[in-house]
Design a protein around this ligand. Structure first.
Ligand code: NAD
Length: 482
């Protein structure tokens, strides 16, 4: 875990701001040139990035370990693999994505042809968080390059080793007028947000997402906001309890709970709660060790990213316990080493902070229910979440939850794999985000979908003034025929 805030000595703020403006200006001519870039040229740039990421695998392991003791297996699975998947998807399908989409003429435009042209947006800004730094910086970058844009990246200051490594990779692979990267905190992000980017792709907290959207409004830059929230998970009485418990424990405690789409809290049917909890405890022991000491020594548990976040999560735990919550497993906190053991919580009152705020750490409240309609009512009373998971073998329950709730994405009898399904849009809804990432959806996010009409016979001339009786009859005919 990292306790230092900055890795490289920061140049004086005014120098960085001047440097940002200089690079932004340089990218203008390149962005205009890239409008005419071919599929081959774009893929060559994506391939160079992919190869560089692979060549730096050992460096990524070292940086992940230094920043928050991220296990190498999780660097492979959650940082490198998604970047490779995004790159390979573009390599297989970019030619098709770039092709204009033909559309039929409407009755009012008979005699013309029409198509959607996928134009690069131009100069794009990508601001990313620390929890999956490489994945959430280079993933969107691949979509931006596939769509023919220039980009400036601003990774998080909270994982300084991984951010510094990404700087190295970007500078090895790209000239700065194509892709540039600036390290730093919110101040640097603010300096970037002052500029009239054509598109801003932001991943991070909902609170900062609102600041980004307000800044984008100054220039009417289009925005994609990939935000957070509390993703509920429902386990009903018919579910495969062991399968659900193992999967939920894995997705919740990977990255020490610091995953935007991790199950935030569980609603489990009262009839099966004890058995579900038993399976969860068993999974914790199998994955991370049989007792508190073994779990603490486990090489498979990442740390909380810094002491500020450790104190924040400890605050959620203390508040819940003070209000009567019971610890079913875990509960150990060592603020100095940013360690919080994987913790299961029972009997958490609805007004506890852990049930109101995004947890983003290794605490898992488990609440019993008897009426699925009441669970749906509670979910709909909260802001729309980024993800929602339901574990059930009952078609009617699955159908009810799917129809009567809203969330960015959803899994039935699984969690988090919607991120790996690159043929689906990935994004939030309202409070949890605006717009989509991944694959074809990512390409379209970074493209302007320009509608083009080409006219062979100018039928519109029949409706020009003066509006004689004959013209009026023609107009009335048209109005009734559309
Ligand atoms: P954060 O909002 O604190 O920071 C994200 C980025 O914004 C960082 O690069 C940071 O430097 C920058 N930033 C900070 N203050 C800023 C300001 N005032 N103006 C402009 N930029 C500013 O988020 P975080 O703590 O890095 O990440 C955790 C949050 O991100 C959680 O809420 C999580 O759910 C969310 N998240 C969402 C997704 C998704 O795909 N939807 C993925 C990962 C994380």
């Amino acid at each position: 875990m990292n306790t230092a805030v900055s890795y490289l000595p920061s140049p004086p703020a005014e120098d960085v701001e001047a440097e940002i403006r200089r690079v932004f200006e340089r990218q203008l001519a390149t962005a205009l040139r890239l409008r005419g870039s071919t599929c081959q040229e774009r893929l060559a740039r994506i391939t160079r990035l992919k190869e560089s990421v692979l060549a730096h695998t050992a460096d990524l392991y070292r940086a992940g370990e230094a920043d928050f003791r991220k296990p190498p297996a999780e660097i492979d699975l959650t940082e490198i693999m998604p970047v490779l998947a995004e790159a390979n998807d573009a390599r297989r399908r970019l030619r098709k994505w770039m092709k204009p989409t033909r559309v039929w003429p409407t009755r009012a435009t008979i005699g013309s042809s029409g198509w959607v042209q996928y134009q690069p947006r131009g100069r794009c800004l990508i601001v990313s968080p620390w929890n999956y730094p490489v994945n959430l910086t280079f993933g969107p970058l691949i979509s931006a390059i596939a769509a023919g844009n220039t980009a400036i990246l601003k990774p998080s200051e909270m994982t300084p080793q991984l951010s510094a490594l990404m700087c190295r990779i970007v500078r090895e692979v790209f000239p700065e007028d194509e892709v540039a990267i600036f390290e730093g905190d919110g101040k640097i992000a603010q300096a970037l947000l002052d500029l009239p980017f054509d598109h801003i792709f932001y991943t991070g907290s909902t609170a900062v997402g609102k600041i980004v959207m307000a800044a984008a409004a100054r220039h009417l830059s289009s925005v994609t906001l990939e935000l957070g929230g509390k993703s509920p998970t429902i386990v009903d009485a018919s579910a495969d309890l062991k399968g659900a418990a193992c999967n939920i424990v894995w997705s919740k405690f990977t990255n020490s709970g610091q995953t935007c789409i991790a199950p935030d809290h569980i609603f489990v049917h009262a009839q099966v709660k004890d058995e579900f909890v038993r399976h969860c405890r068993q999974a914790l022991e199998t994955f991370y060790g049989a007792d508190a000491a073994a779990q603490r020594a486990s090489p498979y548990l990442a740390r909380v990213v810094n002491q500020r976040h450790t104190a924040r999560i400890k605050g959620l735990l203390d508040d819940a316990v003070a209000r009567g919550a019971r610890t079913l497993a875990g509960g150990a906190v060592d603020e100095a080493s940013c360690y919080i053991s994987p913790t299961l919580l029972d009997n958490v009152p609805a007004d506890a902070r852990v049930m109101r705020e995004e947890i983003f750490g290794p605490l898992l409240p488990i609440a019993p229910f008897t009426d699925i309609d009441e669970v749906i009512r509670q979910i709909n009373a909260d802001p729309k979440p980024l993800a929602l998971y339901v574990w059930s073998r009952t078609a009617a329950t699955i159908d009810k939850v799917t129809t009567h709730t809203s969330s960015g994405g959803m899994c039935i009898n699984n969690t988090v794999v919607q991120f790996l399904q690159g043929n689906l849009p990935f994004g939030g809804v309202n409070y949890s985000g605006i717009g989509n990432a991944h694959g074809h959806y990512g390409f379209k996010t970074f493209s302007h979908e320009r509608g083009v009409v080409r006219t062979r016979v100018a039928l519109a001339s029949m409706f020009y003034p003066p509006y004689t009786d004959f013209t009026r009859r023609l107009i009335r005919l048209l109005v009734r025929s559309v």
